[in-house]
Design a protein. Structure first.
Length: 112
């Protein structure tokens, strides 16, 4: 299962998204859920980094199937539309494939 966690401030502002695990819908190369998640991660990263020029902190660990995108504190506002759209997209994917993707939110203080 792919577990997606969106970090939010108590104000509702997204600060980061963490994705871990393989969906397990099908064999590697045939897994449409994994392909959808991977493609959307690439799109959001390109939007944030290349289009909006937000210096998003990116962690990629292929061994553990782990990706984390974190917005810099001084550019939180600029990244909200992208992360809201990403949250909506992955939440709808989770509704369609609840056994293979889970989306949660964790609320944090600004200092965390």
């Amino acid at each position: 299962m792919t577990r997606v966690t969106f970090d939010r401030l108590h104000s509702g502002c997204f600060t980061a998204v963490d994705l871990q695990g393989h969906a397990g819908y099908a064999e590697e190369g045939e897994d449409i859920v994994c392909a959808a998640v991977s493609s959307s991660v690439q799109l959001i990263h390109a939007l944030l980094y290349n289009v909006q020029h937000i210096e998003v902190d990116t962690l990629i660990e292929e061994e553990g199937a782990h990706i984390r995108l974190t917005l810099p504190a001084h550019q939180l506002e600029e990244g909200q539309d992208a992360l809201r759209a990403f949250h909506l997209h992955l939440s709808e994917l989770a509704q369609d494939y609840p056994e293979f993707i889970q989306v949660t939110e964790v609320y944090k203080d600004a200092a965390d």
